[in-house]
Design a protein around this ligand. Sequence first.
Ligand code: SAM
Ligand code: SF4
Length: 334
Amino acid sequence: MEDRFGHRISYLRVSITDRCNERCQYCMPLEEQEWLDREDILTYEEILRVIRVGTSLGIRKVRITGGEPLTRRNVTWFFEELQKIEAITDTGISTNGTLLARPTREGPSYAEKLSAAGVRTVNVSLDTLDRKQYAETTGRDLLPDAIAGIDAAREAGFEKIKINSVLMRHRNEHELWDLIEFARERDLLLRFIELMPVSTTQVLTEENFLPSGEARKLIEFRLGKLIPRPDIRTNGPASYFEIPKTGQIIGFIGAMTNLHFCETCNKLRLTCEGKLRPCLGSHLEFDMREVLRNPEMSDEDIAKFFLHVVDRKPEMHEFRDNYQPGRKMIAIGG
Ligand code: SAM
Ligand code: SF4
């Protein structure tokens, strides 16, 4: 699939739930909790059908997200089924990590089950190593669980474990070095992410926004001039740098300040209620659920729907023109 601007689409990010065991202020504010009804959420079978049809159009990589994907019932069964779709060559999960070390009903931990089900990459969100700050940012005192989850993931033998830290002035700007050290000690790939206007809360103020360029300067102040590593690419918009003394690689995802952010976009998003979104930073979304639940619609119709949405993919996101919190990340699937 290719859009009007030459973006080749091979990556589908799928949210399987709007629920979460945390309440990150920038994602799901405490004050607002209207869960979707169960029948409004796509079933696993419906999601697998969308992915299967997607592969016939070139989708090769899938990342499962939420909400917190590990809170959905029978999630390990879903990953096992996903593995059976042969054309998918890369399966990943985004998680807050707090449940990874927990045993599943069958015994092994979630981390072990996911690894056995062929998940290659695990992205764990961790913005701070300070327990009090963690509780404040996420609304839950679960830092020890998140760290135990990261350690369980390391033991479970995934190909890649990434740590994603959202940059926030006053909240974690003084901890960037500690996060780097945490990742170095555990051989994890750390990426700093600029706060995006996808929420409805007071955290998303211009004052709390810490640009990645400024974070870089803060890091360089203590660790020396970062060496750009344009040769390193993951399946996304991160820019990577090497820390001179240790050789450690860190990344920056600057949706707001990196003007080339959208050039290599290869992604579509499926929300948990079945909206196909061509771009995180645009309000455009199209109702795939209606097609899926219409008995007269075939896989071919689903394929046509994919192409229709890809055709409407914008050239770039609209965040910069409009730093106005709109739809919450929890509802979209980050
Ligand atoms: N619950 C999982 C987790 O926390 O990783 C998966 C879903 S979460 C919505 C996916 C990612 O979106 C997390 O790394 C989170 O930090 C990020 N995120 C949520 N709201 C954001 C915002 N307003 N700006 C930037 N990143 C955000
Ligand atoms: Fe939950 Fe992840 Fe959103 Fe935090 S960022 S509220 S952990 S979905």
